[in-house]
Design a protein around this ligand. Structure first.
Ligand SMILES: Nc1ncnc2c1ncn2[C@@H]1O[C@H](COP(=O)(O)OP(=O)(O)O)[C@@H](O)[C@H]1O
Ligand SMILES: [Mg+2]
Length: 428
């Protein structure tokens, strides 16, 4: 006698089997027309590129194909736990149709999406049907003893010859029962394995659609690019420091030296004039010192090393001529290079707000959550900030890119401007 739990187990198993069949049928029937439409549209759209229309339609069609592929990726994860990873290249925002179209067509992931469509229409279609076939075929076998065999063989005289069910030649009531026995075995197999059979479909999907090696290739491409940028950035930084030292502190020291030389010559003949020159030399030395301090602050201020990013940004905000509110929520310290990049970025964005925005107030928010350090700088100024209009924001973007960080600027004409920077990092 079956116990309740066993019964529940059987019922749950049967439900899972039927669910798999239904899912497979739904995939095969609902997805097939969409795949065909996507494929045809992609072909037409790419074909229309030479006369210009394709430049407008292709990004839209490829985005639709991507959405279609995304649905399948999600179903693979939800239904069978098959993770299909995608590695799309980011497209530059507001790019013209030409760069958008060709940027997308050059993306290996987009090309895999398109290549997957015909595979999905054929092999994908049949593999989605597999669970249904595995369940329906035994049902046919079970119906054979109940008269179906007559229809299949052409009556009691077997006019059409034996009907092969699996390896059983059905030619009468007895062989129909043998076929039914085989069907029962098959039904048991279906009950046990139908759910797993769905995995075949998604494995196939992953083989064509998944990024696999391509993801690594893409990663290498990004790393190569950001490394080159990092080298460029530090070379530019060095040139800036060299220039600042040359035009600033060095020039003042030279002037001071000359002043002191004159003082030496004058001190006996004209003490009053010598005194004036001494005062001037003292001013120069104070200025040289202030300039050196500023220079050091721009590279890696002592407060950043000693007290961390939060305090360094607070100190930065205090020196700004615009009232600035700083909210910090950092439970630890990030790695020194990350802190340094974040400080540099915050400093550039704050300088921009003071220089370009005409704002009366600035808000800075620093916090760390889910492995992301996020810095937001908002001002109530006139807006119109754009990455690439000058060298500052573009430099920030490159510098953050070295740490897989990103920069987002929202700055409609009329303001307000909100600049968000995110760097994935762990806090100690
Ligand atoms: N907070 C802001 N408010 C208004 N305009 C801004 C702001 N930040 C940047 N901009 C505009 O965006 C341009 C690009 O900034 P950036 O790349 O830092 O270059 P720059 O070297 O001119 O500072 C600036 O020239 C300025 O016109
Ligand atoms: Mg700037």
């Amino acid at each position: 006698m079956k116990t309740d739990t066993r019964d529940g187990g059987v019922r749950a198993g049967a439900r899972e089997m039927l669910l798999t069949v239904a899912r497979g049928l739904a995939l095969a029937t609902a997805m097939l027309p969409i795949a065909i439409i996507c494929f045809v549209l992609t072909f037409l759209s790419v074909g229309l590129i030479p006369i210009g229309i394709g430049l407008v339609t292709t990004p839209a069609v490829l985005t639709a194909v991507r959405a279609f592929a995304d649905v399948r990726r999600r179903l693979a994860a939800e239904w069978c736990g098959v993770e299909i990873r995608a590695a799309y290249r980011p497209l530059p925002e507001g790019a013209n149709p030409w760069t958008r179209t060709f940027g997308m067509l050059r993306d290996p992931q987009v090309r895999r999406d398109v290549l997957w469509l015909p595979v999905d229409m054929t092999a994908g279609f049949f593999t989605a049907l597999l669970p249904a076939v595995l369940v329906l075929y035994p049902l046919e076998g079970l119906a054979l003893p109940f008269g179906l065999w007559r229809a299949m063989t052409g009556g009691a005289y077997g006019e059409y010859g034996p009907y092969w069910y699996g390896f059983v030649p059905v030619s009468g009531q007895a062989t129909a029962f043998a076929a039914a026995a085989l069907a029962a075995v098959l039904l048991w197999v279906a009950y046990r394995y139908a759910a797993r059979l769905m995995v075949v479909h998604f494995r196939l999907t992953r083989a064509v659609l998944g990024s696999g090696q391509a993801e690594l290739t893409e990663r290498v491409r990004v790393l190569t690019e950001t490394r080159r940028d990092a080298v460029d950035v530090s070379a530019a930084e060095l040139r800036r420091i060299e220039r600042d030292l040359h035009d600033g502190a060095q020039a003042r020291l030279v002037a001071m030296g000359m002043d002191l030389g004159t003082v030496e010559a004058l001190v006996e003949k004209d003490p009053a004039q010598a005194k004036l020159l001494l005062a001037q030399a003292r001013r120069s030395s104070a200025e040289a010192l202030a300039e050196l301090r500023d220079l050091v602050r721009g590279i890696h201020p002592p407060v950043l090393a000693e007290r961390g990013l939060g305090d360094a940004v607070r100190a930065l905000a205090l020196r700004l001529p615009v009232p600035t509110e700083v909210a910090v929520e950092l439970p630890g310290r990030a790695d020194a290079p990350v802190e340094s990049a974040a400080y540099f970025a915050a400093s550039e964005v704050l300088t921009n707000a003071v220089k370009h925005s005409g704002a009366d107030r600035i808000w800075v928010d620093l916090h760390h959550a889910d492995g992301l350090l996020r810095i937001t700088v908002t001002d109530d100024g006139r807006g119109g900030a754009a990455v690439g209009a000058g060298s500052g924001l573009a430099g920030v973007e490159r510098r953050l890119g070295t740490f897989d960080g990103v920069l987002a600027v929202s700055s409609p004409a009329g303001g307000p401007t909100m600049v968000t920077m995110e760097i994935p990092c762990a806090l100690s």
